[in-house]
Structures are given as C-alpha cells and as structure tokens.
Design a protein around this ligand. Structure first.
Ligand SMILES: C[S@@+](CC[C@H](N)C(=O)[O-])C[C@H]1O[C@@H](n2cnc3c(N)ncnc32)[C@H](O)[C@@H]1O
Ligand SMILES: [Zn+2]
Length: 318
C-alpha cells in the first residue's frame, strides 16, 4: 500500500503504455533513470519476482523517500543518487548483466513541483532555487538571474518557455538587479513577470508559468547531453532490449525523435541522401516501436492534467 501522502504526490504518467513497451514481466535487469517517487519503478518490480532494478535520480530527497516506500523490494533494487548522464558507469559498477529495459520519465516530479520550499513553483513563496540536485554544482535560479546577460536571458525565456514577452521580461529582470534589487524569491519573480507581461484578459495560465519553466530547464541543463544519454542507454541494452522515454516539452521530444531516428539509421544531417557528407553517424542499431509518439487519452488527462503534454517514444535494440 502507498502512503496516502505519497499517493497524492505523484501519479505516474502513461504507466501502462510504458510497461507495454518495457515488458518487465519475464524478469531481468531494468533501469529507471528518473525514479522520482517510484510510480513506474514499482510497476516494473511488481511485474515479476525475478526483475531487478537500478533506480537513478539526481534528487537526493526523491531517492530517500522512494527507497523507503519501495522497501519491500529492497533485495532486488539498487538506488543511485546521480545524474543519468552517468548511466554507463553506474550500471557497470553494480552488475555485468546487460539491461533488458531502460526508462526515462523526464522533467520534474510533483515532489519537486509541489514543494513549498524548493522554488519550482510560484504557488509558494520561497527562495528562487529550482535545482533538482541542490547538492550539485549547478547554480540556483536566483544566481542565474544575477549572472546571465540580458540577451541570453531573453533567449532562454523565449526558447525554453516559448514566451512571447521574453525580451521585456529579461529587460525588467536586468533593470531590477541593476537597481540593486535582484530577484531572490518565487513571488518576486512571479510579480515582476506579471507586471512586465502586462494585463491580458482571460489568462489561461498564470503569466509567469512559461518563465518559470524556462528557468527550470536552464538551471538543470535539462536539454544538455540528452541525445548522448539515449545513445549511451541504447548501447548498454541487451539485444531485443527496450528504451522508453517520456518527455513533456517540445524541445525534449524533438531531441528524442531525432536521436531515435539517427539510431534507426536515418541520417539527420542537412545534406540527407549524400552519405559521403554525413557527420551524424547514423547507423541502424534500433527499431523504432512508436511511429508516432504515444500520448495520454482523455481519461488519463482528466485524472492527471500533467499527462496532457506527455509524449512517449520507444525503441528496440537490434
Ligand atoms: C517526472 S519525474 C519521474 C517520476 C517517476 N517516473 C514516478 O513515477 O514517480 C522526473 C524525475 O527525474 C529526475 N531527473 C530529471 N533529470 C535527471 C537527470 N539528468 N538525472 C537524474 N535524474 C533526473 C528528477 O529529479 C525527477 O525526480
Ligand atoms: Zn548524417
């Protein structure tokens, strides 16, 4: 049984779909690269008593909480507090077995987003931190806003947040810090963005939503090395092993789509059809199992609005 508190905290997205592609019911080694609160991990472990799991997360709080919650599977679960970029050395350090399946459910967990102290959301007034791994080397969102030049800040907010008012918001942030009033809290940032974006009727979302998302992606370098992670994960898999990824942002999904296509042998270079000019190294090592990304149905979206933007892609190693 889940603790009620945890049950409310995170509903795993596209759970059955992820299990369908991973098919953990015949045992073997599985890697959950983003264990979070362990919704997907628990299902992987329940599928078969001979399933072993390596559960990775860069958030020590998630590891601690989930390790406790999944205590009954302790004999066949290894928890690792690390960035999944290190997946190869993590797995090799634990076992010589080749994984049958690797899952990555990207982005933030509700443990992070619903935390009143970690600064991911303007729903709570807190220091503007936003680091998934507060023990690591990354700077907090407040420090990033202190350091980054205006143009770069506008580009971050535009690209990662798809925010039309990015230039104005960046200008106001920089003006504020130049006047000796740097943005230190979620409330200060949310108020500034709301003022910079101006009044608009019928806001469907809070005016600061996009800026908060953009900063979170920048602080945690969420798009960096994502393509390389896929290639490394696929390389680790045993033949017929599955890689499954769930993304929540169009940039993330685009990287996943391109990388999976490259690994399926389709050149991603500008001069397609000229193999002599290819620099992307496309070579078929996987079969793509999802021609189109799998998305949540209306029922899941109703129950869990976070699933609205989820896109699942899967492949099979040849
Ligand atoms: C959407 S949540 C995963 C939720 C999980 N599937 C569940 O059912 O509870 C994403 C998790 O991935 C972690 N994460 C994101 N990027 C990471 C990275 N590069 N390395 C390790 N963990 C990462 C976050 O800290 C967060 O806990
Ligand atoms: Zn190429």
């Amino acid at each position: 049984m889940l603790e009620p508190e945890v049950e409310n905290l995170h509903t795993p997205v596209l759970l059955m779909e992820a299990m369908h592609f991973l098919s953990p019911n015949e045992g073997g080694l599985f890697i959950d690269a983003t264990v979070g609160l362990g919704g997907h991990s628990e299902e992987i472990l329940r599928a078969s008593e001979s399933t072993e799991l390596i559960a990775i997360d860069q958030d020590a709080a998630a590891i601690a909480k989930t390790q406790k919650r999944l205590e009954s599977f302790a004999g066949r679960t290894h928890f690792v507090h690390a960035n999944f970029a290190k997946v190869k050395s993590i797995v090799k350090g634990i076992t010589s077995e080749m994984p049958k399946g690797i899952l990555a459910d990207l982005g933030v967990s509700s443990l992070q987003f619903d935390s009143p102290t970690r600064g991911f959301s303007f729903r709570f007034d807190a220091p503007l931190d936003m680091r998934m791994n507060p023990d690591g080397d990354e700077e907090s969102a407040a420090d990033l806003l202190l350091r980054v030049p205006e143009e770069e800040l506008a580009a971050i907010i535009f690209e990662y947040g798809e925010e039309r008012n990015s230039r104005r918001i960046a200008k106001w942030i920089v003006e504020s810090r130049e006047q000796g009033k740097p943005i230190k809290t979620t409330k200060e940032l949310a108020d500034l963005v709301a003022r910079a974006a101006g009044k608009r009727k019928n806001w469907h979302i809070h005016p600061a939503t996009r800026t908060f998302q953009a900063l979170r992606i920048a602080v945690n370098r969420e798009l960096e090395d994502l393509g390389r992670f896929v290639a490394t994960a696929v390389d680790l898999l045993q033949p017929d092993g599955r890689f499954v990824v769930i993304s929540f942002h169009s940039l993330e999904d685009r990287i996943m789509k391109q990388e999976l296509r490259r690994l399926a042998g389709y050149c991603q270079c500008d001069f397609r059809g000229r193999p002599d000019l290819c620099t992307c190294g496309a070579r078929q090592v996987v079969e793509i199992l999802t021609k189109h990304p799998v998305v949540a149905d209306e029922i899941e979206i109703d129950v869990n609005p976070r699933s609205r933007s989820a896109k699942l892609r899967a492949c099979r190693k040849l």
